[in-house]
Design a protein around this ligand. Sequence first.
Ligand code: CAO
Length: 448
Amino acid sequence: MSRTQEIRVPDIGDFEQVPVIDVLVSNGDRVEAEQSLVTLESDKATMDIPSPAAGRIVEISVSEGAKVSEGDVIGSIALDEENDAPEPADVPLTGNASEKTESAEGKEQARTEEAPKPRPPIADAASDESLNPPPVPFEGLGHDPSTLPHASPSVRKLARELGVDLVEVQGSGRKGRIQPDDLKAHVKSRLSNTASGREVGTGFGFPPLPEVDFAKYGPVEEQALSRIQKLSGPNLHRNWVSIPHVTQFDEADITETEAFRKASQKQAEHAGTRMTPLVFLIKAAVAALKEFPQFNASLSQDGQSLVCKRYFHVGVAVDTPGGLVVPVLRDCDTKGLIELALELTELSGKAREGRLKAEEMKGGCFTISSLGGIGGTAFTPIINAPELAILGVSRAETKPVWTGEGFEPRLKLPLSLSYDHRVIDGAAAARFTRYLAEQLEDLRRLLL
Ligand code: CAO
C-alpha cells in the first residue's frame, strides 16, 4: 500500500501569507516529482509549489484566494511505490548527523528485517530532501505582477539558464501557462530573427523596433534589399554589436607620395592599370602589420588567445551596384605597386560585375575601406571579423601646415582606424596609425 505524504509550502524566502492564484491539479491526478501543483503570487512575483514526489494527488486543500506561508499544508499525495521505500529502522529521522550516517552494513541489515518498519511521522518525512525539493525562489522582481507568466519551476530554471525573460514568452497552456515547448519555440524564433537581421539588438535587452505604417504619413514604395545586403547585413550587425570598436583618427602628409603617384602613372598605364592611392595604402598597411604583429591576428574561438598570422592578405572594400563586397589581395608583402594595382583593377572589376568567387573574399588579415574617391573627412568603419582592425580612408585635402616659419600647403590624407579594443589598446592603435601614416609620408621607408 502506498504511503501518503502531506504537501507543504517550501521555503519561499521572507514572504508570508502569499495568495494562491492558481490550483493546477485536481484530486486523483497523477503527478510527477517537481510538477507544479499550485501557483502563489506575492506583490512582487509568482512562484509554483512543486510536487515533492511522484504519485497521485489525494487532496489539494487550498483554493484560489487562500493565503499560505512556509510550512503550511496545502494537500496530500499518495506516493508511488518506489518513493515509498521504508526508512531504515535504525536511522531515526530526528536523530543527529552522526547517527544518520550509520554504516551501510547496518542499513542493509535493517532493510532485510521482516517486521514492517515504523512509518516516519509525516512532519519528519517532509524534512527528507529527496521528498521535499529545495525552495524555488521567487522570480520576476521588477515586473508588474499582473503580467507575470505562469510556468513550472523546471521551465523557469531553463529560462534562467538561457537568459530568457518569461514575460516575452507566449504560453500555450491553461491560463497562458508556459510549457517547455513554448520556451523552445521562443528561443528558436529569436535565434532565426537574429540570424536574418530582422530583430535589432536581440540579446542586449533592447525593445524591438516599433512597427510603423509609413503609408499613413505619405506615399511609399517597398524595395527589396539586394542579395549582398541580405547576406552582409547580419554580419555587419553582429560585428558592430559584438566587437567593442574604437576609432583612431590621424592624417598622413602625402604631398610627396602624391607627386610620385602622378609621376608613375604613365608606367602603370603602360602595364594596363592605374596607379591609385589605394596601392600605397596597402603597402603602408603591410609595413604597419609587420611592425605591430598584434594587428595581424585574430582572437581564438574561445577568446583566450590570439592566432598570429605570418601572411599578409589585405581586403579592400569595393562599392558595387549590388552592395559592398570585400575581395582579398593575397601576399601583399611580396608584390610591387604595379602588380597590386593590376590585381586591384581585376578584383574590383570582377566585384562590380558580380563575378567574384567566394574564395576571393576569404582569408583577409586586415581591410582597407577607401571613400577618398567620393569625399568626406572621417568615418568609423566596421571591423571585418575575425580581423582585429580596419582602416578607413577619406578624401585627401590640401591644408596649410605651420613649418615654424610660415604656412605651407600640404596634402593631408585622413585616416580612420577602427580596432577591436578587447585585443588592441588605444596607445597601440595610435602608434599603428602613426606608423602607417609615416610610411605614406616618406615612401623610402617602405624599402627599409
Ligand atoms: N583622396 C583624394 N582622392 C582620391 C582618394 C583620396 N583618398 N582616393 C582616391 N582618389 C581619387 C583617385 O585618385 C581617382 O582620381 P584620378 O582618377 O584622378 O586618379 C578618383 O579619386 C577615383 O578613385 P576610385 O575610388 O575610383 O579608385 P580607388 O582606386 O581609389 O578605389 C575602390 C578603388 C574599389 C576602393 C573604390 O572604387 C571603391 O569602391 N570605394 C568605395 C569603398 C566603400 O564603399 N567603402 C565603404 C565601406 S563601408 O560601407
